[in-house]
Design a protein around this ligand. Sequence first.
Ligand code: OXC
Length: 310
Amino acid sequence: TNRLHATIADINFEGILANASGVHCQTKEELAELLASPYVATAVTKSSTKEVRTGNPKPSYYEFEQGSINSMGLPNNGFDYYLDYVSQDHSQKPVILSVASLSMTEGIELLKRVQDSDFQGITEFNLSCPNVVGKPQVAYDFETTHQILTEVFKFFKKPLGVKLPPYFDFAHFDQMADILNQFPLSHINSVNSIGNGLYVDVETEASVIKPKKGFGGLGGAMILPTALANVRAFRERLNPDIKIIGTGGVTSGEEVFAHILCGADLVSVGTELQRQGIGLFEKLQHELLMIMNEKGYQSIDEFKGQLKTM
Ligand SMILES: O=C1NC(=O)NC(C(=O)O)N1
């Protein structure tokens, strides 16, 4: 409905819901199924790497009441597969191509391929995967992040956003926002999972995923306050031309509303989508519209970013 709309990099979205990269987006069939839903505004591909990856040994994903823990390790069908898919005409809806950065040179090589392709949509550079053994979360290294973005924007002229990890310190919000504001980014996607949590099963006295002795990225309901804090902190600090995809902790229309109130333009869902499947999007949109009706809001624009403080 036109009550729920957003624009990123002159691309119009009808509706404001999407999948979080990594969930329901590994294959062309999964992506097509997302786009076929009238309640899905856009689909985000699994973060792609130059080579096909099988990812970390299983079990690498575990759900518990408060959320999820994962150490997938960037399993994906390879950059060419996703570039081919997003370059086809999905005229009914935009698709966001997620590109991982296993190394600075690989990330730059892949973005050069995007620049030289006929893909005209939005690319999202994942600077925050916490689960590749031996690889740091790039966006926790401010110097390297600045260096990579400087290199990228020498040649990349298409819409480009970055997927950020959560930050937990005002000095880091300030430093990261200062870096991001130097570049013509289409958007940020905030937050990726809270890296390297550890879930312990008291009954078995063991961790619950195999990679990295059980350490993995946290998602789901329990990360909502961290996700909202990051969306709000960057909304307050970033150039208004840099839009925000809010990700983290969405299980109902309430959390979608909260993300928008904090400044999100689109809202993406990971753990709960994994749990409930694509039918979740209809539920989220219905609940959001009910909340808007109760509050007398006709359009998203009336409350986006309007979080009140005391
Ligand atoms: O960026 C990522 N975030 C996650 O939480 N997991 C995946 C992964 O491990 O592939 N990547």
